[in-house]
Design a protein around this ligand. Structure first.
Ligand code: LAC
Ligand code: ZN
Length: 474
């Protein structure tokens, strides 16, 4: 396991040096590494790290990076392990740099509407700290209880409210990062506007740990909405979806925060699996369902507008049915069909999941093409379609239960070829990781990939930052 360290430093010597930096309780090597550092959420990418190191400060991260540079050992930054594309598996024998101990919320600045947090802060903890000051950290996703801010920055996370507040890159005002050579670069200002030169922090955001280790960030907060209106809608044809989305966005004048689509079979499958615990919010049998939510500050006005707009949509035949949440419990129940998927999907395992993007108008064509081509690579394919339709982000989960050795790859070819034809993206919000390395060129041009390689080699000439992730190195 430790053969990689043999280059410049013996493994034992290397461990001693790591321990000098972070303390002996924060370094694990070889067989002493806890299994949780060897697998990710899906258990799909078991890794064999040589070392796990858990620094507590940016200076310690910098010292680890200097040591890694001196020894040539690869470093993979690790957040909450909720990734799905193998981005934190690491290199066998390499270093896993866990940011879990850098979990302090340094400040919530109520008047500036910002929070300054360390990379290892769990998303939900950051959300709650903002809420305690009547402020909103808009990023929200199903993995909020484990995903960290550093991971959300490294992957440019998306989630359920992108339609209104954008992705992670839209709410990061400042970043502190450690580069491959151990230099610390800090821009933790709170201003919204800063055109003084290149916006280098945007390079770090979404770089999946390949350009630097994000150690802290300043996030932009918003006034905390005090009311929510949530409904599950049924549509009898996909053609109505773009129209419905634009109509709702217009009528709700900036307060539409979520527009989540579920294809009929997805809705039926998930709500069926949840029946033991939850009533099904609406009958099955509609071809499409959409979960919408507005967030506002005027309970009665928001409510009557919500009801009025949905009544109009029914009159205009844009939607076939609507169930409006009448309480917080009903709201949670509606969201569960879209969000509590892990247990429901268990019977489908092993699965391959996709998060691809395209215009909403292109979405039904992609789904039709995928459905038409799956039977040629899988016996009795089970594929469920859902996603953040308001963002043009389609999720697909395909069961590989009846598939042979090459099934996963064959399914990927089917899906990514369909995306390529409409000019979307093979990775809308989860990143490229290791799983999609082969496919980044499906929706990025050779010139774009060449530019990415130039950036990578300028910032990480030794290729020690998360090698094997995001960009294929020739
Ligand atoms: C979701 C995850 C898969 O939207 O991104 O459920
Ligand atoms: Zn998603």
């Amino acid at each position: 396991v430790n053969e990689l360290a043999a280059g410049n430093l013996e493994a034992a010597e290397f461990v001693r040096e790591l321990k000098t930096i972070v303390g002996s309780a924060q370094v694990f090597a070889g067989d002493a590494i806890d299994p949780r550092y060897r697998r990710d959420l899906l258990g799909k990418f078991p890794g064999r790290p040589g070392y796990v190191v858990r620094p507590a400060s940016v200076e310690e991260v910098a010292a680890v990076m200097r040591l890694a540079t001196a020894s040539g050992l690869p470093v993979t930054p690790l957040g909450g392990r909720s990734g799905t594309v193998g981005g934190t598996r690491g290199v066998d024998g390499g270093i896993i740099l866990s940011l879990e101990r850098m979990n302090s919320i340094r400040e919530v600045d109520v008047s500036a509407h910002t929070m300054t947090v360390e990379a290892g802060v769990v998303l939900q903890a950051a959300q709650e700290a903002a809420e305690a000051q009547k402020l909103l950290l808009p990023l929200d996703l199903g993995a909020r209880g484990s995903a960290t801010i550093g991971g959300a920055i490294a992957t440019n996370a998306g989630g359920n409210r992108v339609l209104r507040w954008g992705m992670m890159r839209d709410m990061v005002l400042g970043v502190e990062a450690v580069l491959a050579d151990g230099s610390i670069v800090r821009s933790l200002g709170k201003v919204l506007k800063d055109n003084a030169g290149y916006d280098w922090k945007q390079l770090m955001i979404g770089s999946e740990g390949t350009l630097g280790v994000v150690t802290a960030a300043v996030l932009r907060l918003r006034p905390l909405p005090t009311t929510s209106q949530t409904a599950l809608l049924a549509l009898d044809s996909f053609d109505k979806m773009p129209d419905l989305l634009r109509r709702l966005e217009g009528r709700f004048a900036g307060t539409l925060s979520s527009f989540e689509a579920m294809w009929g079979p997805f809705y039926e499958f998930v709500s069926e699996a949840q029946l033991i615990r939850r009533p099904r919010p609406m009958r099955t049998g509609h071809p499409f369902y959409v979960l919408i939510e507005t967030l506002g500050a005027q309970a009665e006005r928001d409510r009557s507008l919500f009801e009025e707009v949905l009544a109009e949509a029914i009159e205009n035949d844009l939607i076939a049915d609507a169930v409006i949440a009448g309480s917080e419990r009903e709201r949670i129940n509606l969201w569960a069909v879209r969000e509590e998927l892990r247990e429901a999907f268990r019977s489908l395992h092993p699965v391959v999941g996709f998060d691809i993007s395209m215009t909403l108008a292109d979405m039904p064509g992609v789904v039709t093409e995928v459905e038409a081509n799956l039977p040629s690579v899988l016996k009795n394919p089970i594929a469920l379609f859902y996603g953040h339709a308001g963002d043009g982000n389609l999720h697909i989960v395909v069961s590989l239960k009846d598939g042979g050795a090459g099934a996963e790859h064959a399914v990927e070819l089917v899906v990514y070829s369909a995306v390529q034809r409409v000019g979307g993206s093979v990775a809308a919000e989860h990143g490229i990781g290791r799983e999609r390395l082969e496919f980044i060129g499906y929706t990025r041009s050779p010139e774009e990939l060449a530019l990415m390689r130039r950036i990578k080699s300028a910032l990480d000439p030794l290729n020690i930052l998360n090698p094997g992730v995001l960009i294929p190195v020739k």
